[in-house]
Design a protein around this ligand. Sequence first.
Ligand SMILES: Cc1cc2nc3c(=O)[nH]c(=O)nc-3n(C[C@H](O)[C@H](O)[C@H](O)COP(=O)(O)OP(=O)(O)OC[C@H]3O[C@@H](n4cnc5c(N)ncnc54)[C@H](O)[C@@H]3O)c2cc1C
Length: 477
Amino acid sequence: MSSGTHSTPDTPAGNVAADPADPATLVDRLRAGLPAEAVLTDPDITASYANDMASFCEAGTPAVVVLPRTVEQVQHVMRTATELRVPVVPQGARTGLSGAANASDGCVVLSLVKMDRIIEISPVDRIAVVEPGVVNATLSRAVGEHGLYYPPDPSSWETCTIGGNIGTASGGLCCVKYGVTAEYVLGLDVVLADGRLMSTGRRTAKGVAGYDLTRLFVGSEGSLGIVVRAILALKPQPPQQLVLAAEFGSAAEACDAVCRIMEGGHVPSLLELMDRTTIRAVNALAQMGLPETTEALLLAAFDTPDPAADLAAVGALCEAAGATQVVPAEDAAESELLLQARRLSLTALEGVKGTTMIDDVCVPRSRLGDMLEGVERIAEKYSLTIGVCAHAGDGNTHPTVCFDAADPDESRRARESFDEIMALGLELGGTITGEHGVGVLKKEWLARELGPVGVEMQRAVKAAFDPHHLLNPGKLF
Ligand SMILES: Cc1cc2nc3c(=O)[nH]c(=O)nc-3n(C[C@H](O)[C@H](O)[C@H](O)COP(=O)(O)OP(=O)(O)OC[C@H]3O[C@@H](n4cnc5c(N)ncnc54)[C@H](O)[C@@H]3O)c2cc1C
């Protein structure tokens, strides 16, 4: 299936393809400014760059994949693409869950993974300057050696890239205390559609010069320009966090505990939820020995000077909400094991039926209980297994529809339930996506969330940066 439509300025509705450039001309022109090994044309290899990790999202066939190593090479790619009016799909590690990095027919896939240098780490300015292909965990470890901390930690952190994190405005486990990627991007170098290089933002602690174009690029899903360098804010490394696990007889009680913890003014460094389906899936995948009879497991952590005292206070709140058991981890190793279990959740749920559709609805924390109850109702209505793991402290849920992709009826029910979960999220005052982005998967839903005026203004912004609609066509709207 193809998502390969792209629009010209004359076709603002966005769905009429321009004449495709002759592939041989395109490849010759690209090779003129790139080393031979940076231009891949073998169809078996280029096909392997067609999609990210989102199942069931349409993806086209790339004409060519390029792997530049320098800013100048990226500029050459964009100049060529604009001259020949060929669409360009930027890619990081392709761990995205919404089809936002999926190829369109005849496109240039622009993979940034070879631009993976950490250019600078400054303990005084508390910043890191990096290329987009740096892997999140690599950066975290590198800044850790300087006593510094880069908080955004998607569960995919061992593979996903900073460029992809910026593209999707990704979050993670510790964002309940430290905030998401947007809070850490101070400045960017961006190659625009026509190949010009633009710098946004700052490397200073403060700065309000002009519109905040840096923030505009965070979450823009490769639709406005190519990020080739980022200035990221760092924090001093906090003390090692300690984790507590609380078991509940119902998801409602676990959500009540979340509300009590937040209402009580506590600031956990992590507050995560796994339901029974998720717990079982993780045990099946990794034999973690998590308690399978419990309906919901809440993980809370503190990285304060006295985490044991904070955990005791939060444990008491969990018990007041009905926890059947509260087990604080004894040391850092036990804490890390619990986090590993949570990080494995999405991967583990894939094992339930072979395929998953992962929702990413974020609701106000006060409505978390209603969200989980609604998901249970939807699972029953469609006779499907829907496992839920959640960044509970953020109200960010991942109801994960498990289904057999070879069964057309089950696949149809999976898509309908997936949509109904987003409708429920909007009804509860939430958003269709807390961190995974819109991509191809939630395009129709973005329009419902933003409304016609909102969509019109977003399209106007897109047109200002990308007048020929060549950057990541078919995504967002
Ligand atoms: C097991 C698993 C767990 C996950 N857990 C989380 C989680 O906890 N939190 C979370 O937020 N996400 C999570 N994700 C989703 C995913 O890992 C994130 O969205 C991540 O930020 C994507 O990074 P990437 O390098 O793979 O980017 P890609 O998937 O390759 O690209 C993502 C988007 O960014 C754009 N892009 C990439 N590089 C650039 C660039 N240099 N310039 C411009 N645009 C660019 C792409 O066009 C695309 O639109 C998870 C995924 C998996 C598979």
